[in-house]
Write a protein that binds this ligand. Sequence first.
Ligand code: MLT
Length: 311
Amino acid sequence: MKVLVADKFEDSGLAGLRSLGVEIAYEPDLKDTTLAARLAEEPFDVLIVRSTKVSAEMIENSRLGLIVRAGAGYNTIDVGAASARGVLVANCPGKNSQAVAELAFGLLLACDRKIADNVAQLREGKWNKAGFSKARGLYGRTLGLIGMGNISQEMIQRARGFGMNVVAYSRWMSPEIAAALGIGRAANLIELAQQSDFVSVHVSLTKETRGMLDKKFFDAMRNGAVFINTSRGEVVDQAAMLEALDTKELFAGLDVFEGEPEGGKGSYEGPLANNPRIYATHHIGASTEQAQEAVADETVRIVREYLLTGM
Ligand code: MLT
């Protein structure tokens, strides 16, 4: 069996794959554009990707039987095209949730205390204590969570540690589940926006969630609130968010963007990177040692199962 690893992958994962006796091509520099030719040129059975996108054309011109997304979301893979050709698509849900929740909280704290601006001004030799005297503080504030999967549940635990109240909106969350989790339940996104001092988004990108955080949502947010997105850029109406940064004096912490560079490599010049009301990071939510090792272990487990059972 031939396995193509088309993104950076942990050494432990490569060792795990080798122990299965499969033939591995480790080519982390492949990009969306070069992956197509590579798949057409050599008959790989399994493809492992993290940021590199997998299109219908790539799938159709390959001999793949399994595609593994070494992460939770699989919006970067054309699952419809894969299913149509009987190609299995697997992901690694829950393996990087703590890491993403840690970054979401990091951004939340950084936005409230304007940590990056503090550091930048001091590096320029300015002492501006008075300029940074209006943080909201987390204690007693309300965190609004959108989505109630693994990451939101990690967020609830961290919010408790900071003495925050939590309210959440998820189409799947019943009043009984909210009560069991010890959190409030918003009936819709508008109610969530109205009740929250900090909002953090944790949903997958689907046709229902694309553009779901629109002008009505941002208009309903509290003045001066903080908006955090570590899920997918496409769930946000970017123009509506940019407008609200000014009109509602929001501050945003964003780890994800529409039109991220192909294969997670290259340059980014979108309007969100240099806005003074945004702290932007490079889609690094899952980038911790623990998370990447857990994702690599899960990927190896999936490939082993495929090898043994064809799944
Ligand atoms: C995910 O879907 O879990 C993240 O996008 C993974 C990653 O960035 O590696």
